[in-house]
Design a protein around this ligand. Structure first.
Ligand SMILES: Cc1cc2nc3c(=O)[nH]c(=O)nc-3n(C[C@H](O)[C@H](O)[C@H](O)COP(=O)(O)OP(=O)(O)OC[C@H]3O[C@@H](n4cnc5c(N)ncnc54)[C@H](O)[C@@H]3O)c2cc1C
Length: 601
């Protein structure tokens, strides 16, 4: 019965979607009028208030690797909890949507604004307030970047373990809001395990302090945890207390390649049976390895084709590592690897880790768009599900779409679909592949439709099918307690019936063709924090990623050229740091130089 209801509601919301494809849904929300805008300006100050189209446009994008014209009405850059409290009070009264944003690297579109409204850019609330080594915690503002925190902690022999592939740019606020994990989750877990306390501002401006500085307490319901992974839909996180751990002194890493996918599953299960817990246990399929070999070249050219498993052990005691690694080697040898490489020193370790971290840029070289999916399964289903995912292009009769898969071996898979978003046929194939993945493989296996990236604005449609009605209703009730007017991050499938089906539009190049040939930008944002003009100007707009978004808008005829845009491109110092930091090796320097040339001519 529940399934029939879910199916009918899926059809109903799909129908609504086609009636209102741009999801303006203006009956829910208001556009801020001039008086309201002036209130916001006086709260954050003129320098942190942006209503011009260039800035709003550059905030319409983020880590998600394709274009959708969801342009916010306003971008505000608050610096204090008090400013956020005042902004929310007004927005709530006026029914204006508010979408919090860290560095915008979410891969599920959590930072995007389908209902327009306000983007709260929290990346400038980035103070580390306290480092308390004795009690093993830090207190910080949400905009602190994960790697920046760890660089400081390292000097004191400590670390904050969750390490998403985006750790060089992801903010702690964004990580808490999406409960981010990373390649060390097998041993150290995900962000949730480290959050001691939170300060959050609710939609009515009320400030809550949740959790406490002590390690154990059962005084209240676990309200704090409701906000972890809530993707900005329940409140704005303004302060965070995080547990930290001493850095392990020793580690040992190996990379192994196998012919059979079953070997990978056997090894993961056997290692756990032995009670050994590697800090890294990571899988990459044949397609990713092939892409990495041709991307990194060098020693990687000697690697055979096959399924890859990377294993690392860390500990305080080198003897323990040696003994456990011996045990692991025995398990591996039984499964007949076709290639083995044990890192002899830190340089070799870094190079093997780099291979794991290069999967996205390497795949992005194959076709312009690489969409990273995220789902969780039981480890006992691993080999069977990987085979089913590899077969997706054949099952849906795809001509162009390719698939590649990596996985954290706690069962968190990242299938990646590679295609050309400018080709309508490819988009259709991608849509079918998503449906096949979630509806035919993951949900029937009892898996989760997201392990760490969140529902965001891309998977709401599948939640209706996955969850039981009473859970959907309970989530709606919880949402209404904290955000009765539904102004906080609308479009996130959690607690909100209006689930979005993300429409991808094929677009046709219109102008300035020469300037953007071979863009290959994944919008990961790795360039942003190093850019001198981003540091100076406060907004995404003045970052290399922001400039590329604007250029993209011009090229496809979505944006009109104006004097502000002229300034945005001329404020680039051409220092080239963005090119150095770009994993896809996008030559922003030459693109911007070329574009300036076009403007002058
Ligand atoms: C190359 C690459 C690799 C990645 N690898 C991983 C990985 O290994 N593991 C993983 O889990 N993720 C990964 N991600 C996804 C993403 O980087 C993480 O989810 C990250 O935690 C997001 O941080 P952010 O600062 O960019 O947040 P944003 O993208 O800006 O926001 C993420 C979500 O949190 C909300 N939010 C942000 N700040 C706040 C706040 N202060 N209060 C309330 N809500 C807030 C936003 O509304 C949004 O819903 C990867 C992304 C990229 C581009």
């Amino acid at each position: 019965m529940a399934n029939i209801f879910n199916f009918i509601s899926f059809i109903f919301y799909s129908y609504l979607y086609f009636l209102d494809p741009d999801h303006k849904m203006s009956q829910y929300y208001k556009k801020p009028n001039l008086t309201v805008l002036s209130h916001f300006k006086s709260i954050v100050g003129e320098e942190n208030y942006f209503d011009n189209i260039e800035t709003r446009w550059s905030y319409a994008f983020g880590g998600i690797n394709f274009q959708k014209k969801w342009i916010p009405d306003l971008v505000l850059i608050p610096k204090t909890t008090e400013q956020i409290r005042k902004i929310l009070k007004i927005a709530n009264k006026e029914k204006i949507p508010v979408t919090p944003r860290g560095m915008g690297t979410s891969l599920s579109g959590g930072q995007l604004t389908p209902y327009a409204g306000i983007v709260l850019d929290l990346s400038r609330m980035n103070r580390i307030i306290k480092i308390d080594i004795i009690n093993n915690y830090v207190e910080l503002e949400p905009g602190v970047i994960c790697d920046d925190l760890n660089n400081i902690l390292k000097t004191q022999g400590y670390f904050f373990p969750p390490d998403p592939g985006s750790s060089s740019v992801a903010t702690i606020g964004g990580m808490v809001a999406s409960n981010a994990g990373g390649i060390q989750a097998f041993k150290y877990g995900v962000t949730k395990q480290y959050v001691l306390f939170l300060e959050v501002v609710l939609s009515n401006g009320e400030i809550l302090k949740l959790g406490s500085e002590v390690l154990k307490s059962v005084e209240t319901y676990n309200i704090k945890d409701l906000f972890i992974g809530s993707e900005g839909s329940l409140g704005i996180i303004t302060k965070i207390g995080l547990k930290i751990r001493p850095l392990p002194s020793f580690r040992k890493l190996g990379l192994f390649i196998f012919n059979k996918i079953e070997s990978i599953q056997n090894i993961a299960i056997k290692i756990r049976e032995k009670g050994i817990i590697p800090n890294i246990l990571e899988f990459m399929d044949k397609s990713i390895l092939k892409a990495i070999i041709s991307y990194l070249k060098g020693d990687f050219l000697n690697f055979p084709e096959g399924y890859v498993l990377i294993i690392e052990l860390d500990a305080e005691n080198n003897k323990v590592i040696k003994e456990e690694f011996e045990e692991i080697k025995k398990i591996i040898d039984i499964n007949t690897p076709i290639f083995t490489k044990i890192a002899k020193d830190d340089t070799e370790r870094e190079s093997l880790i780099l291979a794991r971290k290069s999967s996205l840029p390497a795949l992005s070289k194959i076709s312009p768009t690489c969409c990273v999916e995220d789902c969780s399964i039981k480890i006992s289903d691993f080999a069977e599900i990987i085979k089913k995912i590899e077969d997706i292009p054949e099952k849906i009769n795809a001509k162009n779409l390719k698939v590649a898969i990596s996985s954290h071996m706690e069962g968190n898979l990242h299938p990646k679909f590679i295609f050309n978003e400018n080709n309508p046929n490819d988009l259709e194939e991608f849509k079918k592949a998503m449906e096949y993945l979630y509806l035919k493989i993951i949900i029937p296996s009892g898996g989760s439709i997201t392990g760490e990236h969140g529902i965001g604005k891309v998977k709401g449609e599948f939640l209706n099918i996955k969850l039981k009605n009473n859970i959907i209703e309970l989530m709606e009730k919880i949402k209404r307690i904290f955000d009765p007017n539904q102004i906080l991050n609308p479009g996130i499938g959690k607690g909100d019936k209006r689930k979005l089906i993300l429409r991808r539009d094929a677009r046709i190049l219109k102008n300035y063709k020469g300037a953007i040939l071979k863009l290959n930008c994944m919008r990961c944002g790795f360039c942003v924090k190093h850019c001198p003009s981003w540091i100076l100007h406060n907004t995404e707009t003045y970052s290399p990623r922001g400039r590329l978004s604007i250029l993209n808008g011009l090229v496809y005829g979505d944006l009109e050229f104006n004097n502000n845009i002229y300034d945005i491109f001329h404020s680039c110092t051409l220092c080239g740091l963005c090119v150095e930091k770009c994993p896809s090796k996008v030559n922003t320097l030459s693109i911007f130089e070329k574009f300036r040339g076009i403007l002058h001519s």
